[in-house]
Design a protein around this ligand. Structure first.
Ligand code: NDP
Length: 285
C-alpha cells in the first residue's frame, strides 16, 4: 500500500479542541436544538452522537424527540418556536422524516441564520454564489480534510461522484469556489471508470459498497470516500474498494475514520459560527 492515509479522526479531534477553546472564551453557551421525529434506529444513533459531541465542546445541545405520528403542522410550529428562541443558535431536523411530513417544507421553515445543516435553499443559493453561508457539514468536512492534508485545489481536476443535495451538489460548489476544475458524475454518466481515471481528486458519495475499483484511480490521485455502508457480515465499508485504491492513490481516506468524524465536528463549528454572528448582532445570513 502506497497511499498516505488521511486521518479524519485526528483532524476532527483537532477541530473539536479548537471549538472547545473558542466556546470557553464566550460569555454565553451556544445553543443547538436537535429535532428527532419517530424511532428510526440509525437516526437515533446519529442524534445521540451529535448531542454528545456538542455538549462535550461546551455547546448547550438539547434533543427534542417527537412521536412518529406528529403532524407536519405541529413540527412546523416547533421549528417556528426554535427560530424565535434567543437561546437557540442552531436548529437541526434529523432526516429522514416520516413519510407524511414533507422534508422540504420543514427544512425551508428553519431560519437560514440558524440552519447549521446548511440545507435551506437560501444557504444553498448563497453557497453557489460564493457568498457567506452555512455549508452542509459533510462536504464542508471534506474541504477541511483537504486543507489539513495540504492538498492544493487550484486548477486541480476534481471529480465528484454523486449529485445528492446533501453531499454531491454542495461538494461540487465548494470545490468550484476553491478554484478546482470540477466534473460531477452520477448514475447516468457514461464510462464512469474513464471519468474517474482522469481525476486528480476523486470525491465519492454514491452509497454503493466498494463500487470504485483500484483500476479507476489515476496513479497518485487523492481519493476521498464519503460512503458509509454496513455489509451483511456487519463490516463497515466505504464506496471505494480501499485496499485496491490505496495501492494506486497518493492519499486516501479510510472508512471508518475518514470523512465521518469531520461531519459532526463541522456541525459544531457551524453552530459556534451561527452563535457568534447572531449574538454579535451581525447574522451571517
Ligand atoms: P444519495 O443516495 O442521495 O445519492 C447517491 C448519488 O450517487 C446519486 O447522485 C446517484 O445518481 C449516484 N449513484 C448511485 N448509484 C450510482 C452508480 N451505480 N453509478 C454512478 N452514480 C451512482 O446518497 P448521499 O449523497 O446521501 O450519500 C452517499 C453516501 O455517503 C452514502 O453511503 C451515505 O451513507 C454516505 N454519507 C456519509 C456521510 C458522512 O458523514 N460521512 C453523510 C452523508 C452521507 P443519480 O442522481 O443519478 O441517482
Amino acid at each position: 500500500m502506497s497511499a498516505r492515509i488521511i486521518d479524519g479522526r485526528a483532524a476532527a479531534a483537532l477541530l473539536r479542541a479548537q471549538i472547545t477553546e473558542q466556546v470557553a472564551a464566550l460569555h454565553y453557551r451556544p445553543g443547538l436544538a436537535v429535532v428527532l421525529v419517530g424511532e428510526n434506529p440509525a437516526s437515533a444513533v446519529y442524534v445521540r452522537n451529535k448531542d454528545r459531541a456538542a455538549n462535550a465542546v461546551g455547546i448547550a445541545a438539547e434533543t427534542l424527540r417527537l412521536p412518529a405520528d406528529t403532524a407536519e403542522a405541529d413540527l412546523l410550529e416547533l421549528v417556528a418556536r426554535l427560530n424565535a428562541d434567543p437561546e437557540i443558535d442552531g436548529i437541526l431536523v434529523q432526516l429522514p422524516l416520516p413519510a407524511h411530513i414533507r422534508p422540504r417544507a420543514v427544512l425551508e421553515a428553519v431560519d437560514p441564520a440558524k440552519d447549521v445543516d446548511g440545507f435551506h435553499p437560501v444557504n444553498m443559493g448563497r453557497l453557489l454564489d460564493g457568498l457567506a453561508s452555512f455549508a452542509p457539514c459533510t462536504p464542508l468536512g471534506v474541504m477541511k480534510l483537504l486543507a489539513t492534508a495540504e492538498l492544493p485545489l487550484t486548477g486541480a481536476r476534481a471529480l465528484v461522484l454523486g449529485r445528492s443535495q446533501i453531499v454531491g451538489k454542495p461538494m461540487a460548489a465548494l470545490l468550484t469556489n476553491a478554484d478546482a476544475t470540477v466534473t460531477v458524475a452520477h448514475s447516468r454518466t457514461r464510462d464512469l471508470a474513464a471519468e474517474c481515471r482522469r481525476a486528480e481528486l476523486l470525491v465519492v458519495a454514491v452509497g454503493r459498497p466498494e463500487m470504485v475499483r483500484g483500476d479507476w484511480i489515476a496513479p497518485g490521485a487523492v481519493v476521498i470516500d464519503v460512503g458509509i455502508n454496513r455489509l451483511p457480515d456487519g463490516r463497515l465499508v466505504g464506496d471505494v474498494a480501499f485496499a485496491e485504491c490505496a495501492a494506486r492513490a497518493g492519499a486516501i481516506t479510510p472508512v471508518p475514520g475518514g470523512v465521518g468524524p469531520m461531519t459532526i465536528a463541522c456541525l459544531l463549528e457551524n453552530t459556534l459560527e451561527a452563535a457568534r454572528h447572531r449574538r454579535g448582532g451581525f447574522p451571517k445570513i
